[in-house]
Design a protein around this ligand. Sequence first.
Ligand code: PGA
Length: 251
Amino acid sequence: MKPLVIANWKCNPVTTTEAKRLFNSVKEGLKNIKDVEVVICPPFIYLLALKANSHKAIKFGGQNCFFEKGPFTGEISPQMLKNLGCQYVILGHSERRALGESDEMINKKIKAVLKEGLKPILCIGEKDQEFKTKEIKNQLRGALSIIKISDLENLIIAYEPVWAIGTKNPCDFKDAKKANSSIREILAEFFGESMAKNILVLYGGSLNSEIAAGYIKESKMDGLLVGGASLDAEEFVKLVKKVARALIPSP
Ligand code: PGA
């Protein structure tokens, strides 16, 4: 399984021209990358323009979506994202939870996204700088209640400790490894060992090109969710290349 590196552009950049410039530089830098699955999640409004000028090495994702279509002003449905060429959707990001998104809403969104055959990237993470199994378990239980076992193969979990997001204070490799094992144990308890081991677990929070590969090699993460560093094309390309290089076994 290729490691997954997801770029979360959040509410950036401000113009389509800048979005295209950023995307084109990333595309150019990564055009020969085969060993890493790269996904760009730009603001919705840029998806069409970027998709039109895309490259097969890069996939697209949304940063959120709603769980229904119809009279819901300002919302966007999973079907719309699919029609725009997205294969992934970030859900339950702590910045959205801070705006009032509940586990119940996230659960509805995950179901709607899975129904469209898209891959939800469920963000979970504790607020205090200490892994709290109970908090993580409650987030997973709430977001994943009544999900069909057969749908789980499309589920991706992003462990993003809230204190590590945008702070230049990333979780260290050892703690990320412990969190990874705890998340896998919880998933195994909920869905059984064999199903749980197929669910990808990613790390996110203050990533940069210097430390990224360590989460794959040492923390045994299946991939990364990158915020700030994905807005600098050179830095993001470097990060992805380091992850690709980390996969080459040492002689
Ligand atoms: P950061 O953001 O890399 O800027 O910390 C990560 C995220 O919010 O997904």
